[in-house]
Design a protein around this ligand. Structure first.
Ligand SMILES: N[C@@H](CCC(=O)N[C@@H](CS)C(=O)NCC(=O)O)C(=O)O
Length: 225
């Protein structure tokens, strides 16, 4: 029995929850999950009972308490070092950290215009043109990582940004699902990367659970439509 509990929100909608959940799964860490549905009258009361920030994801591991998705991913990398969630080479690792951090702190337009709705297909809600600069930057980062490090297998063999799966891939996993949901048209290399991420057994498990969820949320960006 594990003494790790990851608090998350709706698998269909909570992109921040998906990131550490996926990293922890990829690292082979056993954990219990507790899901707090978003957008309900008691959501904040429930989350604030354990998380001072009023947000999930949130990890409890014995006496350890960690909030913020990227900090939880970092912890997973430290307690599961064999998974190589960060590349060993400091140069490659620094690049992967920059790529992951840019996602954590940025791409607001992409997140606002193409919110995660992993089980749905909304080509008619495609707002690619409203966040074109963000998408261009995401695709450029993917291309650079793949060309410089991924293809050479800097973090082992694989079709991910640095070859084998890293936290950088976990950070962009929700973005890959958004491109699928809204039927974005991207270059072939980006499409291949999206396919690689979404073919992971853990991604399939998360998506299947999202399909079973009863909650429906309409994002502000679509409310007037
Ligand atoms: N910077 C935080 C963002 C976390 C966040 O915004 N979580 C959302 C769910 S995706 C949340 O908990 N919202 C609480 C609410 O809407 O009541 C992280 O990286 O973990």
């Amino acid at each position: 029995m594990t003494d790790m509990t990851l608090y998350i929100a709706n698998k269909n909608y909570s992109s921040w929850s998906l990131r550490p959940w996926l990293a922890m799964k990829q690292a082979g860490l056993g954990f219990r999950e507790v899901l707090i549905p978003l957008d309900l009258p008691d959501t904040q009361t429930k989350i604030k009972a354990f998380s001072g920030s009023g947000k999930v994801p949130f990890l409890e591991h014995g006496a350890v308490r960690i909030w913020e998705s990227l900090a939880i991913c970092e912890y997973a990398a430290e307690i599961g070092p064999r998974a190589r969630l960060w590349p060993e080479d400091p140069v490659v690792r620094a690049h992967a950290r920059a790529v992951a951090t840019e996602m954590h702190g940025g791409f607001a337009e992409l997140r606002r215009n193409m919110p995660m709705d992993i089980r749905s297909r909304w080509p008619e809600r495609n707002r690619q043109s409203h966040c074109a600069a963000d998408i261009e930057r995401v695709v450029a980062l993917w291309r650079e990582a793949r060309e410089r490090f991924g293809k050479a297998g800097a973090n082992g063999k694989g079709d991910f940004l640095y070859g084998g799966f890293t936290i950088a891939d976990a950070m962009y996993a929700p973005v890959t699902t958004r491109f699928v949901t809204y039927g974005a048209t991207l270059d072939p290399a980006s499409m291949a990367y999206i396919e690689a991420v979404n073919s992971l057994p853990a991604m399939r498990e998360w998506t299947e659970a999202a399909r079973q969820e009863p909650w429906e949320i309409t994002y502000p960006v679509f409310r007037q439509a």
